[in-house]
Design a protein around this ligand. Sequence first.
Ligand code: URA
Length: 194
Amino acid sequence: MDEFESIREEVQNCRKCTLCETRHNVVFGEGNRHAPIMCIGEGPGYYEDMRGRPFVGKSGELLDKIFAACGFSRQTHIFIGNIVKCRPPENRDPKPEEREACIPYLYRQIELINPKIIILLGATALKGLIDPNARITQLRGQWLDWKGKLVMPTYHPSALLRNPGLKRDAWNDFKKVIDKYREIVDPSHYCKYH
Ligand code: URA
C-alpha cells in the first residue's frame, strides 16, 4: 500500500478525538491526488458525513459552479480536503483539540499531493493552516506562503450563500488563482469568463 492509501486507512480508523463517536463517515477528501491545486474547507457537514465525500451539499454545489467558471474540475485540477475529517455535531466550529488531532493528516496529504496552489475556504481553514489569530476579512485575496507553497484565502461558499454580496470579492480571489495557474502551471488554461 502506498503512503496515500495508508493515510486513508489511518483516517478511516481514526479515534484521536471525540468526533469519531458521532460521525457516520470519515471524509478523507477527493480529487486528483497529483492535483496542482488543493482546496481546503472546514469540515464535513450533514451530507458530507452521510456520503463520506467533501462538499456535496449546498456549499459544494456553489463550489462546483465556481470551479466550472474557472475552467477547473475536481477530477483534473483539484484535490478537496478539510481541516477536520469528521463532522462536528450540529455543524459547530471544530474545537482546537479536534483541529490539532486532525491537522497532521492534512499536512501529510499536502506533502504527498504537493500542490502548487492552496485555496483556503473560510476562517477555519485560514486559522487552521496559517495562524489561529488570522482574520479572513483581512487576508482574503492576498497571496500567502505556507512552506513554500502559494496560498490564497477566500470566503467559504457557505458565507457566500448567506451573504451573496461577498460573491464579487470571492470571484476576484478566484481570478487571481486563474492568473497564477496560467503563470506557473498551464499558460494555455482556458476559462470562458476570465
Ligand atoms: N463545508 C466544508 O467546509 N467542508 C465540506 O466538506 C463541506 C462543507
